[in-house]
Design a protein around this ligand. Structure first.
Ligand code: PEP
Length: 262
């Protein structure tokens, strides 16, 4: 997956994580920040399993207004607490331009979600933030539209962009979305940007997270964004797609030979 000409995105300052470098970056955590105990338990599990960076949504862009919308600012504080406790950088989603500054202060990397890939006001603000950005592909966006969304960030002077393939809409209903791994290889060919894959939101099925993660590594992805929960049945958001700590750790071990072989 590594080429010296490619952009390497440093997250978390000196001693942080480089995405797009020689090391494959496994980013993991719960879909949503729920409470302190949940965060501590899940974060301990992902750190023990080999994650180099933490994820967790404080602002959740839910399809239904009746679903848990995230803890907002209180969630950012809980995430920042895990960052200090573990020393690992954190990525979290920002959904409105007005919140960019706040989220940028309390995290190491901004996530722009699939539903906001073409929210140009948000992209402009994230481009001005000075923080690296994880740009998820819109669920109905072509590769070209995805790359043009990345251009919005770069046009505002922010070259620290990581692309994330998270599945697209198709007629298939046995998976939540259809993971488009060809887009990963294509984005790697067309750009110098790192590309990571979200096998959790794309499949929506824990038993597919392992195979799709291995396939993502094999096709040249620079890392993964994986949902982990230690009590998935009680999760407030997307528990059905989360791995538990043991399955996550086993997957990180399985990834090693694949990453080395690419
Ligand atoms: C997420 O990663 O928390 C998320 C909501 O992902 P997506 O935008 O890909 O649905």
């Amino acid at each position: 997956h590594y080429s010296p000409q490619n952009t390497r995105v440093a997250v978390g300052g000196p001693g942080g994580v480089i995405i797009g470098g020689k090391e494959f970056a496994v980013i993991a955590g719960p879909c949503a920040v729920e409470n302190q105990q949940q965060m501590t338990t899940v974060v301990d599990a992902v750190v023990a399993g080999g994650a180099v960076m933490l994820r967790g949504g404080a602002f959740k862009p839910r399809t239904s207004p009746y679903s848990f919308q995230g803890l907002g600012v209180a969630g950012l504080a809980l995430l920042a607490e895990q960052r200090s406790r573990t020393g690992l950088p954190v990525v979290t989603e920002v959904v409105t331009p007005e919140d960019v500054e706040r989220v940028a202060e309390e995290s190491d990397m901004l996530q722009i979600g699939t539903r906001n890939m073409q929210n140009f006001g948000l992209l402009r603000e994230a481009g001005r933030s000075g923080r690296p950005v994880l740009l998820k592909r819109g669920m109905s966006a072509t590769v070209e539209e995805w790359l043009l969304a990345a251009e919005y960030l770069m046009h505002m002077g922010n070259g620290d962009v990581v692309l994330c393939e998270r599945g697209i809409r198709s007629y298939e209903r046995s998976t939540r979305f259809t993971l488009d791994l060809s887009a990963v290889a294509e984005a790697k060919r067309l750009t110098h940007l790192p590309v990571v894959v979200d096998p959790s939101h794309s499949t929506g099925r824990p038993h597919l997270v392992g195979p799709m993660s291995l396939a993502a590594a094999a096709c040249g992805a620079d890392g993964l964004l994986i949902d982990v929960h230690t009590d998935a049945a009680a999760a407030l958001c997307d528990g059905a797609q989360a791995l538990d700590g043991d399955r996550f750790a086993a997957l990180v071990d399985q990834l090693k030979p694949v990453v080395e072989a690419v």
